[in-house]
Write a protein that binds this ligand. Structure first.
Ligand SMILES: Nc1ncnc2c1ncn2[C@@H]1O[C@H](COP(=O)(O)OP(=O)(O)OP(=O)(O)O)[C@@H](O)[C@H]1O
Ligand SMILES: [Mg+2]
Length: 246
């Protein structure tokens, strides 16, 4: 599956990491990430930083060790790839002793070359984070409409579903705006997940080496229980697992 939208920082990378870590380290489902975010490779960078923080922070090492002995789950694979080679990269993972059940692709949203289009056509599911911002909505709707009209309704691809996903939702305002957007989405024949991800500082925080606070966004440890609460990460995972039938 892919979390994919046009550029615009609606939360693809953040939600990819959170879902992957939650599923692997909390639910025990083997996952992998193919980071196609050339040239930043932000998840690969995050993984390197997570390992480095672990080397330098005894408490993190203790948590990782505890987690390994309890779950027998090592850190999931994070592979980098040009978007056009992402499917071949994912296929290499099938040779592992524990091949992943779910492979996440952090894809560029721009369908500006044939290779990217082919890769998108090879996804089973696409989840597209959106925020209530006019520019992000316009480009996301355009992206989803192309995928829907060219691939899904024609049956000319592997894609079984494309879902929008509200991210950075501020509960106190904009309710009306969300309703208006949902109506437009519905009129285009597209779907939105029921789970909304709130706007919250915990999503922005990286674990630093001398940070004693509980971790949320890490590629080697699960999001801390106290921070999962109120984040809707569990609800999102349950809804996604229901859709992809795992
Ligand atoms: N629910 C949230 N609440 C608060 N901040 C969030 C939330 N989700 C993501 N963010 C923050 O928003 C910023 C953009 O998120 P992210 O990098 O995941 O977006 P992206 O879609 O991958 O962007 P790009 O298109 O540049 O790759 C990050 O700083 C991230 O920490
Ligand atoms: Mg990103």
């Amino acid at each position: 599956m892919a979390l994919s939208t046009q550029k615009g920082g609606a939360g693809k990378t953040t939600l990819t990491v959170l879902m992957a870590s939650y599923l692997q380290y909390v639910q025990g489902i083997d996952v992998a990430i193919i980071d196609c975010d050339f040239p930043q490779y932000s998840i690969d960078e995050m993984r390197k930083r997570d390992f480095k923080n672990m080397e330098e922070n005894e408490e993190l090492r203790r948590q990782a060790y505890e987690q390994l002995t309890r779950t027998r789950k090592k850190a999931y694979p994070v592979l980098v790839s040009r978007p056009e080679n992402a499917i071949a990269k994912a296929n290499e993972l099938q040779n592992l002793a524990n091949p992943p059940k779910i492979v996440f692709f952090d894809l560029p949203g721009t369908m500006n070359n044939e290779g990217v289009v082919k890769t998108i056509a090879n996804m089973d599911y696409i989840f597209c984070p959106i925020i209530a911002d006019r520019v992000v909505m316009q480009s996301s709707l355009a992206f989803a409409k192309v995928v829907n009209d060219h691939f899904i309704t024609t049956g000319q691809s592997s894609i079984k579903g494309l879902y929008f996903l509200w991210n950075m939702v501020d509960g106190r305002e904009k309710t009306n705006l969300y309703e208006v957007y949902e109506q437009v989405i519905g009129e285009l024949g597209l779907s939105v997940l029921n789970t909304h991800i709130p706007d919250s500082k915990r999503f922005r925080r990286e674990g630093a080496k001398d940070d004693k606070r509980p971790l949320f966004r890490s590629t080697v440890l699960p999001p801390d229980k106290t921070l999962i609460k109120g984040s809707n990460i569990r609800e999102l995972a349950d809804e996604m697992l229901g859709i992809i039938k795992i």
